[in-house]
Each structure stands twice: as C-alpha cells, then as structure tokens.
Design a protein around this ligand. Structure first.
Ligand SMILES: Cc1cc2nc3c(=O)[nH]c(=O)nc-3n(C[C@H](O)[C@H](O)[C@H](O)COP(=O)(O)OP(=O)(O)OC[C@H]3O[C@@H](n4cnc5c(N)ncnc54)[C@H](O)[C@@H]3O)c2cc1C
Length: 492
C-alpha cells in the first residue's frame, strides 16, 4: 500500500471505539476513519440499564466525545450507515452516497436485538408499535425513559441478563413490571434449575412479577383513525391478556453481518475470523466484537470485544500479538441490578463425570456451585454472594488445579464474613479484578504506588471498572487494603 495506510472502522460502539483507541495509542502512521450509524461519540452500552434505573448518570457513560477523534487526527462520521463494501475497489460505501477508500477495514458492527414473532408488533412502515422497544442503544434508553412517564404497567420479554436488568430498573423507577420468559427458568443458558429458582425468588421479592414458560402471542393496541397504534396489552400463548402500555423486548441478539455477507465474506453466526481477527476470506478486513465469530464462537460480551480490539490493533500495526493472537476466554456474566448479586462463570453444567460442589441458603437468596472437571474449574454460579468471584475467575482463566478443599472457595460466605480466599491480601497479584479490561490486582497495586488513591484514579490509569462496572467494589476493597497496609506490606 502506498502512502499512509487508511484504516476504516465500521461501528463506533464498544469494540470499534476501543480499536481506534488502541491503534491511535500505538503511534501515528495511520489515517483513521470511524463510521458509526448512531449519533455522537462512543458510549458504554453496558451501563444503559443503570441509566434506565437512574443509578448511573447519562453523561457519565460517554467514552469519547466527537472532539476526541479530531484531537488525535482521526475522522469520525456519525449518524451515517455503511451500506456496501466494494472489496475489489477497496471502498466502503455509505448511505449518504459517499464512499471512503480503505487499505484496512475493521468491522465492528455489533449485534441487533432479535425480534420474536409477536402478532401486531411491527407497523406497516417496519417500525415497532408505539410503546414497544427492543432495548439496545442510548436512543432506545431515552425512548423507554420517556414512555415510563405516564405508563401504568410494563411487560419485559426475556428472562436473560438484559431482561432481568431492565425489569429491575423499571421496578426501581416505580413502575409495576411483569417479566415474561418463554423458557422453563430464568437465565437457562447460565443457571441450573436450583439457581434459577433462588433467582426467581429474589427477583420477585424485588417487586418484579415473573412468568416463566410463557410466550407472547400478540400485542393489543388502539389506533386513532389514520394514526399510529398505541400498545394496550400483551396476549400470552394461553390467551391470558396482560394490560400494558410499555413492552420491552430483550430476547437475545444477532450479530450484524449484513455488510460482510453481501461482500461474500465467510459467515457463520458471525464474520469468521482467524486468531488475528482477520476475515478468513479477505486479509484486509478484520471483524471484532459481537459481530465476529472466532473458533466457532460469538461472544456478546465486553471482555472479548475489548481483547479482540487490542489484538486487531496490534495486527494492523504489524506488531507481535503473541504466539497465537486472540485465544478466546471463558464467559463471565454478571447481573447488574440493585440488591441482586449474580456471577455465572464458564460452563456450570454438571454431568459427564464432573465433580459438583454446591452450597445453598435459599432464605438468604444464596446459591453457589462449582463444577470441576479433571481437577480444574469448568464453571461456577455465585448467586446472592459474589465475593469469591475474583478468585474463581482467576482459577477458571488460568486452568489452575484446584485445592483439595474446594468448599473453601464457597463455604466462607456462610457466616457472612469475607471469604479468606478472596480478601485483597490473599489474592495473588495475577488475579484478574476487572474482567472486562483484564486488569490484575498487581496492576491496581502498581497504580496505587504510582499515586492513584481512589477508584476513579485507578480507572484512569488501568481502565479497571470502566466496563460493566461490577468490579468497582473489589477495586475499592484493594484500595482500602493498600491504604491501611504498612508501606512495607504493599507489593512492589
Ligand atoms: C443494555 C445492554 C447491557 C449490556 N451489559 C453488558 C454487561 O454488563 N457486560 C458485558 O460484558 N456485556 C454487556 N452487554 C453487551 C455489550 O454491550 C456488547 O458485547 C458490546 O457492546 C459489543 O461491542 P460491539 O462494538 O461489538 O457492538 P456495539 O457496542 O453494539 O457497537 C456496534 C456499533 O456499530 C454500529 N453499526 C452497525 N452496523 C453499522 C453500519 N452498517 N454502519 C455504521 N455503523 C454500524 C451500531 O449502531 C453500533 O453503534 C450489554 C448490552 C446491552 C445492549
């Protein structure tokens, strides 16, 4: 390629922005353009449920304003969709009729909400009925908040993480909410029947009405003559009608692969990439984040999206990405709802000769389970008490052989005291504290020694807690321990 290589990123979401950030931090020498169909700069999508609940300020979720790109010599084009990749001509065509030439193209198009086959949901013009929102973006969040004002009853469809967070957020906002879930139990991809039972009880006691094993057949609406329809109710499969003026759809997502498909790139569930996040069809095109399929897996989580963004940035600059580049990582899913502690890590399905260690205390809403295969942790569920999540994540990540007394990883929470294995003092330096950014305890200690004295300062230096935010308490715990420690005790 002659001249300064032109790197064009499609999608200014969590992965696209992080890619641009990593690439620009690795040094000058690239002509970077980011094309995003949402308005404005990048924001932290994972914090939207907090914005809905009113626990997170909307302006605090911004990752970068529009000036951020200009200051670094990059170009940001917002509110415009890329509509075609001309691979032969190495041009990206945009919906406004313009085109951007590229030497390297990075697809970071994310995913879109899956819409269930519900009668009456979609209007003739393709839009959802007024009162129904498929929750994905900041604009959706603003729309829901506007609809909450004056609403009397909300139905949330989908008992996965996002459905639960949304139902709890709306309940916290003072709205009666029914959560309708088609599957036999909540979060069935991550939880077993015992955990799901305890979770349902906890969610009900937070004020959410939970209906599992129920599907929505159609929506009811009223319509002014010649005007738009307004939602009035939800009809379940068995004919029961739930009165509702707000219907939030959280039924899972689908990777956005339409651009890649039309350009004849190899597609499975997502754009199929190698370990450097390059399309296996075209080495000039990368795919990262929710839209990418790596080794047969799509992820839909921040931690892989950001790890992939870094690998792709390194690969674009020609830097060494390690022996293997991106190698994948176990899924770590955490629920962000006030009063509900839940972490599901790896695969917590038993069977096939797995050793299962379980501790339950339904009255306290506690259910904990470890699944061990060949002496190593395969998965865990921590509900009602997630204080050992740091240690357990580290054991899962590193595939370390477990200690003989596995129950020590859970049992310490029985009396309500901090589990010894999870105290900041006992955690090894390489324990991952912030899963989204892969920040270890040692990195947090180093930031402290470098002068960081609160979680915000640590975040500025290490990015810890800037993803889903569930590690903030752990970061603060380490800071408190460092502050109290004798100077000589603080690890170098
Ligand atoms: C409400 C909510 C809460 C979540 N909470 C968590 C959590 O707690 N923990 C966690 O790990 N994950 C969470 N997730 C998932 C996480 O947000 C995603 O995994 C992450 O955003 C993936 O980043 P991405 O860049 O691949 O996709 P996105 O962040 O969706 O960004 C893709 C961007 O590309 C744009 N785009 C798509 N096609 C085009 C086109 N043709 N032209 C221009 N622009 C285009 C999209 O509009 C979007 O702006 C949550 C998701 C949601 C919706």
């Amino acid at each position: 390629m002659a001249g300064v290589p032109r790197v064009v990123v499609v999608g200014n979401g969590m992965a696209g922005f992080r890619f641009a950030q990593e690439l620009l931090a690795l040094g000058p020498g690239f002509d970077v353009t980011v094309v995003g169909d949402e308005p404005g700069g990048a924001y932290n999508r994972a914090q939207l449920p907090g914005v809905l609940a009113g626990t997170v300020r909307e302006d605090s979720i911004e990752l970068a304003d529009e000036d951020w790109y200009a200051v670094r010599g990059a170009r940001l084009m917002t509110g415009v969709a890329a509509c075609r990749i001309d691979r032969g001509g190495q041009r990206l065509e945009l919906a406004d009729g313009s085109a951007v030439p590229y030497d390297v193209l990075v697809l970071a198009t994310g995913s879109e909400p899956a819409l269930p086959p519900v009668g009456g949901l979609v209007e003739r013009d393709g839009r959802l009925l007024t009162g129904a929102v498929a929750f994905r973006t900041l604009a959706d969040c603003a729309q829901i908040r506007a609809l909450v004002n004056g609403a009397r009853h909300a139905v949330v469809l989908g008992g996965g993480v996002l459905g639960l967070e949304t139902a709890c957020a709306l309940t916290a906002a003072g709205l009666p909410v029914t959560l309708v879930h088609r599957g036999p139990r909540l979060m069935e991809r991550q939880l077993d029947a015992g955990a799901a039972r305890v979770l349902a009880r906890t969610v009900r006691s937070a004020g959410v009405a939970v209906r599992t094993g129920a599907a929505v057949r159609e929506v009811r609406s009223i319509r002014a003559v010649g005007g738009a329809g307004h939602l009035t109710g939800i009809v379940l499969d068995d004919g029961e009608v739930l009165g509702a003026d707000l219907f939030i759809i959280c039924c899972g997502t689908r990777p956005r692969t339409e651009l890649a498909r039309a350009a004849d790139l190899a597609i499975g569930a997502g754009v199929i990439v190698d370990d450097q996040m390059r399309s296996v069809t075209d080495g000039r095109i990368f795919a990262i984040g929710d839209c990418a399929e790596h080794r047969g897996r799509t992820h839909g989580l921040i931690a892989p999206a950001w790890a992939q963004a870094r690998v792709a940035a390194m690969a674009v600059t020609g830097r060494d990405t390690g022996d293997t580049g991106y190698v994948g990582q176990p899924a770590v899913v955490r629920l962000k709802a006030a009063g509900i502690e839940l972490a599901a890590l790896g695969s917590a399905r038993g069977g096939g000769g797995a050793e299962v260690i379980r501790f339950t205390d339904p009255a306290r809403g506690v259910y904990q389970k470890l699944v061990v295969r060949d002496g190593r942790l395969a998965g865990a569920i921590l509900l009602g008490d997630t204080r050992t999540a740091g240690t357990i994540t580290q054991l899962l990540d590193r595939g370390t052989t477990l200690p003989a007394d596995r129950s020590a990883l859970l049992v310490a929470s029985r009396d309500g005291t901090a589990p010894a294995a999870d105290s900041p003092v006992r955690l090894p330096g390489h324990a991952t504290i912030c899963q989204c950014n892969g920040v270890t305890k040692a990195a947090i200690c180093a930031a402290w020694q470098d002068g960081a004295r609160d979680a915000g300062q640590v975040a500025a230096r290490t990015r810890a807690s800037t993803g889903c935010g569930t590690c903030r308490d752990a970061v603060e715990g380490i800071m408190a321990w460092l502050a109290a420690a004798e100077p000589g005790l603080v690890p170098a």
